[in-house]
Design a protein around this ligand. Structure first.
Ligand code: AMP
Ligand code: ZN
Length: 111
């Protein structure tokens, strides 16, 4: 399958890995929207959030986000987790992933 995040998860394409767990890779976003902008990418392919019902995996993603926030030094200042889903949700890469944004005061509005 020609999926960029599958290829990143399989280490076929280089990325800046900041954290890794059994089923999740955490990398730096190539086009950062904040001083800290990480992507939490499950190693397994699910096109969108709606295609995954693995609650263990969801837990692992959230725990990885907490660890990555601590490693990146934004745990105390604060950060935001986002899962863009389908077109109007702003999803452009159709392999489930969560954004972790921090390092500056984020806009209060959600959209
Ligand atoms: P989304 O719009 O929620 O689907 O987010 C996709 C994100 O993937 C965007 O923030 C892109 O900047 C990021 N992205 C795309 N290609 C790469 C890549 N090769 N390495 C790191 N981040 C990427
Ligand atoms: Zn994929």
């Amino acid at each position: 399958m020609d999926c960029i995040f599958c290829r990143i998860a399989g280490k076929e394409i280089p990325s800046k890995v900041v954290h890794e767990t059994e089923n999740v890779l955490v990398i730096k976003d190539i086009d950062p929207q904040a001083p800290v902008h990480l992507l939490l990418i499950p190693k397994a392919h699910y096109p969108t959030l709606l295609d995954c019902d693995d609650t263990r995996l969801f837990g692992e993603i959230i725990e990885a986000a907490k660890d990555a926030a601590k490693k990146s030094g934004v745990d105390k200042s604060g950060f935001r987790l986002t899962v863009n889903t389908n077109e109007e949700g702003g999803q452009t890469v159709f392999h489930l992933h969560m954004h972790l944004l921090g390092g500056r005061a984020l806009a209060g509005k959600m959209g």
